[in-house]
Design a protein around this ligand. Structure first.
Ligand code: ARG
Length: 399
């Protein structure tokens, strides 16, 4: 059954995106705007990604790929008719270029269309290009922007219970990603009947901020990406659907190093998190519950770990406080040491480079499956960011 009620129930199916041509579009002139810190060596990034996928398969996880699902989806005329107008930035392109681009896309077969929707269309690729806008478009500009951050499938959709929340991404460079995930979840037969809990046009919410702490309890980071208004809307939706009794809104610093809650905290067991030491005990949370009738009850902020323990009904949330010296901690946090992907309780995938953090995880009894990420990491995302769990064994069923 699709869906999840925790971060750690045995992972059955996951959605990944193998990086491809969209990464080859990155240049020193556009990488900041496209949210990459450097220019990755694409071939090596693909090898690293393949090894990541293989490690998941070895552990019994079914791996689905965005590009394949998208291509299947684009076999349906209704899906093509929906997505083509949605990706044209008409106000930027103007009527002439928009019409030419629409025709170009309409003529592509599903495989090529999927490719164009992900890798974008460069100026010189549009052989039919003409008119004022096309003429004045910089050679280095795109008619349709590439989506290099599609690699981080965590952010563009998140499964909560048996429903999928297609998110609303805050950065313009990523906004189109959730058009693609929404299209897949709406039209692909594999997801027929799936109810959507959230939509891309609502207030900003990104999946990297959403942590399913345990059945009925969801923590949502609010900072650079997810807005307080987004948390409020998500609360209403999950409460109305009976998917949670408590949401914890967790303010995080609005900066790149902590762009999502999962850059500083992920779960490695039903009651255990790995957390960045400088914030572990200072992070606060607003506990939010439902008053019925759509109204929310918002409690005064208190320490996140205390609020979480209370909501989860455990005495305390255990912290693998990596206990590192401040410089190592800061380096490993930046390199996504805190961004682990649990495959089951106490089994987690982590970047091999975070030597100290991994040693602390192991000392605490967590089995660490190490993957290389020298190139993958240049987009600032780790194993959790690069994966969207579609199905995890439910914890609620186990109690
Ligand atoms: N869940 C995450 N931490 N995702 C990381 C996303 C990184 C991506 N370059 C961005 O800036 O959006």
């Amino acid at each position: 059954m699709n869906g999840a009620d925790s971060e750690v129930g045995r992972l059955a199916t996951v959605l990944l995106h193998r990086p491809g041509a969209e990464l080859k579009r990155l240049t020193p002139r556009n990488n900041d705007k496209l949210l990459f810190d450097s220019i990755p060596w694409v071939g090596r990034a693909q090898e690293e990604h393949d090894a990541f996928a293989e490690a998941l398969r070895t552990h019994g996880v079914e791996v689905l790929y965005v590009a394949e699902l998208l291509q299947d989806t684009l076999e349906y005329e209704s899906a093509r008719e929906e997505i083509i107008p949605a990706v044209l930035q008409e106000r930027q392109l103007g009527d002439t270029l928009a019409a030419l681009t629409r025709q170009y896309l309409a003529d592509l077969d599903p495989e090529r269309l999927a490719h164009a929707l992900i890798a974008g269309i460069a100026h010189e690729e549009l052989k039919t290009g003409r008119g004022l806008v096309y003429g004045l478009l910089d050679r280095h500009d795109f008619v349709i922007d590439p989506l290099p951050n599609l690699l981080f499938t965590r952010d563009s959709s998140v499964w909560i219970g048996d429903k999928v929340a297609v998110t609303s991404l805050a950065m313009p460079a990523r906004a189109r990603e959730s058009n693609l995930t929404r299209l897949i979840y709406t039209h692909h037969p594999r997801f027929a009947g799936t109810e959507h809990l959230y939509e891309p046009w609502l207030e900003h919410v990104e999946g990297g901020d959403v942590l399913l702490m345990g059945p009925g309890v969801i923590a949502v980071g609010t900072g650079e990406r997810t807005t307080p208004a987004g948390v409020e809307r998500l609360c209403r939706r999950v409460f109305a659907a009976g998917l949670a009794h408590t949401v914890l809104a967790v303010p995080i610093a609005q900066q790149r190093a902590t762009m999502h809650l999962d850059t500083i905290c992920t779960m490695v067991d039903v009651d255990t998190v790995v957390m960045y030491p400088p914030v572990a005990y200072s992070l606060q949370a607003y506990t939010i519950t439902s008053m019925g009738d759509g109204e929310l009850r918002v409690f005064e902020p208190r320490p996140f770990l205390e609020a979480a323990a209370q909501a989860m009904g455990v005495e305390r949330v255990k912290v693998i406080d990596t206990g590192l010296d401040p410089v190592t901690a800061e380096r490993e946090q930046w390199d996504d040491g805190n961004n682990t992907l649990a495959l089951a309780p106490r089994v987690a995938v982590a970047y091999e480079r975070n030597v100290e953090t991994n040693a602390r995880l192991e000392a605490a009894g967590v089995r660490v499956i190490r993957i290389a990420g020298s190139e993958l990491g240049s987009g600032r995302g780790g194993p959790r960011c690069m994966s969207c769990p579609i199905s995890r064994e439910r914890l609620a069923a186990l109690v």
